[in-house]
Design a protein around this ligand. Structure first.
Ligand code: SF4
Ligand SMILES: [Zn+2]
Ligand SMILES: [Zn+2]
Length: 346
């Protein structure tokens, strides 16, 4: 990333001003000084917003922030570009990691005088991501992803924001694409786009528009931007990331990128240009109806009682929790009975 001496490239010059370069962007065959890297980064974000018609200056944007470099760098750029934004932080209950990520979001928002909405899974639903994983027996990331998607949309609808903005960068999108192709997950391929349009049921918005303005920048560039801008983001990774398959795909593609700079960009933008529309048609043809429990969009159910994935997950969690409680109570009364028996013998 940095134009360092260790690579023997200390003489690398900024593409714009010819001053000493601080950041190299190998896939663009370019290097920049701090000032011009910041302009380059902003212009890449602005270009994605315009190219994919993500939103207009009049739109109210809710930026999902995690305390990490991507979401805070994105929020920083959007504010500097003059958009009307608020941040949204969802507490996942992952111990000290969640506390520190929330604090990073609060201190960033305070420093910029920006509005931040804070909610948590424990306050909204009475569980955390680790609890969900324990009760469901599934990897934490699966319940975490479902809850984030649901809660981000719900917050945008309830708080009156037209657009939900997330900090997915080029690396994230390529890793998702790679996973979707490995498993030929055509439904997901149909929905893998920098913009997912609003979905309406009847006359009501059921899903707000979702956009990813960082698709033109790589992860190491958002890190460089955040450092150069003095953004105090949380560097540590989620302690539950080990079970995250996307993380492994990201590492694999990064290995290829190192020997062939530009691979990630070719793969993702090639997909958008040449293949995405084939899968999108299939996905858009799926009829959506309101979940009988919460009203969120879901697919038509054969039994006439449509339930969205979130409500199904919540019902499963409540059943598992009730089952555990019964087991504990039964264990407690057995122990009590055994204790009474032993007491009687003594
Ligand atoms: S690594 Fe998994 S559990 Fe941790 S925040 Fe990401 S999706 Fe959630
Ligand atoms: Zn320069
Ligand atoms: Zn539902």
């Amino acid at each position: 990333m940095a134009a360092t001496k260790s690579r023997g490239r200390s003489h690398v010059k900024c593409k714009v001003c010819r001053g000493p370069a601080a950041v190299e962007v190998r896939r663009h065959n370019a290097a920049f000084c701090p000032e011009h890297f910041i302009s380059h980064f902003r212009s890449q974000v602005a270009r994605a917003i315009h190219e994919f018609k993500m939103f207009e200056p009049a739109d109210r944007l809710l930026v999902a922030v995690s305390g990490g470099k991507d979401s805070l760098a994105l929020w920083d750029v959007l504010m500097d570009l003059g958009y009307d934004t608020a941040g949204f932080y969802l507490g996942l209950g992952i111990g000290g990691y969640s506390d520190r990520s929330r604090d990073a979001c609060i201190s960033f928002a305070d420093g910029r005088g920006a509005k931040l909405i804070v909610r948590s899974l424990s306050e909204e639903h009475g569980y955390s991501v680790p609890t969900l994983a324990r009760l469901s027996g599934r990897v934490p990331c699966s319940g975490c992803g479902l809850n984030k998607r649901y809660e981000f949309n719900r917050a945008a609808l309830e708080e009156g924001y037209e657009v939900l903005v997330t900090g997915h960068n080029l690396d994230d999108e390529v890793a998702t694409l790679f996973g979707n192709v490995l498993h030929w997950n055509t439904d997901m391929l149909g929905r893998q786009a920098p913009v997912l349009e609003e979905r309406v049921i009847g006359s009501e918005t059921a899903l707000v528009r979702k956009v990813k303005p960082l698709v033109r920048v790589a992860e190491r560039e958002t890190a460089a931007y955040a450092v150069l801008r003095g953004i105090d983001y949380i560097v540590e990774e989620c302690p539950l990331v080990e079970g995250n398959t996307q993380h492994r795909y990201k590492e694999a593609i990064t290995l290829i990128e190192e020997s062939s700079p530009g691979t990630k960009q070719q793969m993702y933008f090639g997909f958008l240009k040449r293949a995405a529309h084939r899968f999108a048609e299939e996905s858009e043809a799926v009829e959506l109806v309101a979940c009988s429990s919460c009203g969120s969009p879901t697919i038509v159910a054969e039994d006439g009682n449509p339930r969205c994935s979130f409500c199904k997950m919540k019902a499963r969690t409540e059943r598992a929790r009730a089952g555990r409680r019964r087991e504990q109570e039964a264990g407690g009364s057995n122990r009590g009975a055994q204790g009474a028996e032993r007491g009687g013998k003594e």
